[in-house]
Design a binder for this molecule. Structure first.
Ligand SMILES: Nc1ncnc2c1ncn2[C@@H]1O[C@H](COP(=O)(O)OP(=O)(O)OP(=O)(O)O)[C@@H](O)[C@H]1O
Ligand SMILES: Nc1ncnc2c1ncn2[C@@H]1O[C@H](COP(=O)(O)OP(=O)(O)OP(=O)(O)O)[C@@H](O)[C@H]1O
Ligand SMILES: [Mg+2]
Ligand SMILES: [Mg+2]
Lengths: 248, 248
């Protein structure tokens, strides 16, 4: 039973891309067949795997030039690349019929080839992210344990509810996890407690610690497990992957 | 001579809001008359000053309901608040005549009341950010010294050139500064060197260090100078403000 999960939070820099890369790689290392789709015009996910000037991108598929054309990095890990041109898609798709469900139709054609499909969303709640929500079964929210990161989530809940009522009744926020956590900072500890109170059973037990190896790995075009398997980053994401695998 | 400066970088979480708040407060402390405009639907700048459920926002002004209506926090520091509704403005304004220069016309009416007008942009390059570029004289780019933050700047340069050629010939990127810098991390030192090589004389000498007090101040609704004037954060932003004041 394939799971399609969107990693989303319109607050910038909270670890959406870092999480998509390393949860994806972690699941693939456990033998799961994984597809990652870069839904961000910044194309950070694409860069993390060293894919340069991709010939096929999610943009080409969204505007109807071709089906999803993933790059096959390993047997169990494929990536649909992005491009800066995706930034123009919001306007280009705005007048298309059923503009919100273009990605959903593309994903349905490949779903059964994968166990997990992860969608790395941009820091926005526009039409491209709405396409991701329409195609997804679940949403994971990476959350920095910082004051500014807590606000604005109401808008995310509002958009999720709108998509759930009008387009995708399956959609629900199923997981929240804290990223870039530094136990020495009182601020981080305080906010992490608030997150636990607010999201209760949706919160993963694993907390992703602040760890520079996670910021270094992308420049080597590697996920954290290939770059430095003994680092805190690798330990934390491996633990998160174990929790994901046992979720219903 | 009023300066209108947009703080922009579509990479998320690099310190745009933190910089707008603290550069603004630093300039106001030096007796300059400062207006801050929150151009982000997340309304983080609005939250940093404790403005809750604002009656007047930049959204109301952009859709033509009223002129810019700033909150007067001090004699020399005013803020135009934002709201989550601003996220809908991209679509609402898309069909308006001269949609890119709506903010420019609003700003022109108040320019002479201020010495500096700072625009805090969202992590995107859509119509709202283009409005900020059309209204601005200069752009400052806060840059995290991380690998992922370096890519994608090409798109920013592309959009700036488009606005410069078609709407605002004055516009130019005048300043770049590094944020969240941790001298112990080799990655940060390496990237900071690349930034210096790439941007040359546009780079401010001041580097903003990674300092948790900057992340704590917003939850107290204070800028860094009021919250903890002896912190690294206050020292660094004061030094950056000094550099800004002597720029032509
Ligand atoms: N746990 C961590 N420890 C240290 N650095 C991290 C961690 N997670 C992410 N980073 C770094 O922080 C920056 C932001 O992370 P990332 O780009 O994954 O966030 P994002 O939410 O995808 O950003 P955007 O909103 O721009 O899409 C990156 O430079 C990344 O390398
Ligand atoms: N120099 C710094 N040291 C430590 N923390 C910082 C620093 N600058 C910003 N922060 C924290 O990092 C997070 C991101 O900063 P901020 O929200 O200002 O970035 P942004 O670019 O405005 O984000 P967005 O893309 O979401 O608009 C915030 O929680 C902020 O408090
Ligand atoms: Mg990202
Ligand atoms: Mg911001």
């Amino acid at each position: 039973m394939t799971k399609v999960i969107a990693l989303s939070n319109h607050k910038g820099g909270v670890g959406k891309t870092t999480s998509t890369v390393n949860i994806g790689a972690g699941l693939a290392n456990k033998g799961k067949r994984v597809l990652l789709i870069d839904m961000d015009p910044q194309a950070n996910l694409t860069q993390c795997f060293g894919i340069q000037d991709p010939e096929y991108t999610v943009y080409g598929s969204l505007i109807g030039e071709y089906e999803l054309r993933p790059y096959e990095l390993r047997d169990t890990l494929h990536v649909v690349a992005s491009t800066l041109d995706l930034a123009g898609a919001e306007v280009e798709l705005a007048s298309k019929i059923a503009r919100e469900t273009i990605l959903k139709k593309l994903v349905e054609k490949v779903r059964d080839q994968y166990d997990y499909i992860l969608l790395d969303c941009a820091p926005s709640l526009g039409l491209i992210t709405i396409n991701a929500f329409a195609a997804a079964d679940e949403i994971y929210i990476p959350l920095q344990a910082q004051f500014l990161a807590l606000h604005g989530l109401d808008k995310l809940f509002e958009i999720v509810d709108l998509v759930k009522e009008n387009i995708n009744p399956n959609l629900h926020i199923s997981g929240v996890f804290t990223t870039q956590f530094d136990g020495r900072k009182v601020l981080n500890r305080d906010i992490a407690e608030l997150v636990q109170e607010h999201f209760k059973d949706k919160v993963f037990r694993t907390v992703i610690r602040d760890n520079v190896t996670l910021a270094e790995a992308p420049s080597h075009w590697q996920d954290i497990f290939s770059y430095n398997p003994k680092s805190y980053g690798a330990v934390d994401y491996a633990s998160l992957v174990d929790e994901i695998l046992v979720r219903p």
